[in-house]
Design a binder for this molecule. Sequence first.
Ligand code: IMP
Ligand code: MG
Length: 178
Amino acid sequence: MECDLGEVLIRRKTIQDRVRELAFDIGSAYGDRDLVLIGVLKGAVVFLSDLIRELPVSMATELDFLAVASYGTSTESSGVVRIIKDLDVDISGRNVMIVEDIVDTGLTLSYLVSILREREPAVLEVCSLLDKSARRKVNVDITFRGFEIPDEFVVGYGLDFSGKWRNLPEIYTLKRKD
Ligand code: IMP
Ligand code: MG
């Protein structure tokens, strides 16, 4: 399927304001406890890099990344997920937060949560910029959520369509090319 950019769904300023609020909420919840933030490559990179710069300076944070490959098409995940880059940090006994760009069916996240839980972190929470809950197939707990969005494929601010459009500062819907 060939696609063009559609409309702006979430403007830059709206994203910035919400990221700031999320950082405030995370800071309030964790206080001076340490936190390992785990960005899920590649989509969450833009969100995570904005989020960490809004966290309270006093917060002891550590960063790590996971990369997963999901077998599926460019707009539909199959639920079969494989880790292609594992963590460097040992998370056992640590406070851990998975940072995602979007939770769609929830299959990727529920898989990630289940494998990270086996490593026995003290706390394991999820922060996702976007939530497309209308498409959920499995229940997942999102502790910190940026925006609920309608059932539309979106790109920009880290999110891609076949590797494209991650660099856009705003979040756009897609439209089919005619
Ligand atoms: P899930 O396993 O269906 O929840 O999908 C998770 C992954 O699919 C996300 O981390 C994204 O990488 C990708 N994805 C789902 N919906 C979108 C979208 O609207 N735009 C871009 N990527 C998406
Ligand atoms: Mg992702």
